[in-house]
Design a protein around this ligand. Structure first.
Ligand code: AMP
Length: 224
């Protein structure tokens, strides 16, 4: 049976981390539109040049561009058994477009719920390893939101020893803009999906393992 999973949640809700775990568990690809766009910016591709300024500001890339990108990605053969979509749809326009793109099996939608004060704290502590790309949280010394992007005295990546850096759009000003953007656009998307039987919400404040278990319980419950 195909599993077409859409994860919704604010930046810093643990969506990406959970998506990786679910993708491994169900052996279907994790498709993060943010990752695709960041890779395009790094590669300085035509797409990257188009979206670089929007990503840096924390605003949203246009629905048309995002829809084309997702349509193309979901046509790849590795999605034959389904996918974990992370970061799309972010607007009702994108949700409508997704209905047209995916018609072979119902979407399973899960919201990871986290209050915004907790998000600001989490994002201030979030670092990405420059070598292995793993996202992780550095020690909480009171949530120093204005810490430098690269702390030369910070600990190295516990997995590969690489340098831990802050994602460019995790700086305080951009975080505030991203949260405001989420607050504006997410509610209508959640309202769009909430009446469906396949919609579920999990408490993202629980420990990581419990969030994964709750997500799996929802997916297994409606996907079988
Ligand atoms: P994320 O990694 O999901 O937080 O995405 C990082 C940035 O990529 C966002 O702040 C947006 O600028 C852009 N982005 C990612 N997905 C979308 C989308 N579905 N629609 C519009 N912009 C997006």
């Amino acid at each position: 049976m195909r599993l077409n999973v859409v994860l919704i949640g604010p930046p810093g809700s643990g969506k990406g981390t959970q998506a990786v775990r679910l993708a491994e568990r169900y052996r279907i690809p994790h498709i993060s539109t943010g990752d695709i766009l960041r890779a395009a910016v790094r590669a300085k591709s035509a797409l990257g040049e188009k979206v670089a300024a929007t990503l840096a500001s924390g605003g949203l890339v246009s629905d048309d561009l995002m829809t084309d990108l997702v349509r193309e990605r979901l046509a790849a053969p590795d999605t034959a058994r389904g996918f974990i979509l992370d970061g799309f749809p972010r607007t009702v326009g994108q949700a409508d477009a997704l209905e047209r793109i995916v018609s072979d099996a119902p979407l399973i939608i899960v919201l990871i719920d986290v209050a915004s004060e907790e998000i600001v704290r989490r994002l201030s502590l979030r670092r990405v390893c420059a070598s292995c790309g793993l996202t992780q949280s550095v020690a909480d010394h009171g949530g120093d939101v204005d810490a430098p992007d690269q702390d030369p005295h910070g600990d190295p990546c516990p997995y590969c020893g690489g340098q831990l850096i802050r994602r460019e759009d995790d700086n305080p000003a951009t975080v505030r803009h991203r949260l405001a953007t989420y607050a504006t656009f997410a509610e209508p998307v959640i309202a769009y999906y909430r009446p469906r039987q396949t919609f579920g919400a999990v408490d993202g404040l629980q420990p990581l393992e419990r969030v994964t278990a709750a997500l799996r319980a929802h997916i297994d419950g409606v996907g079988s």
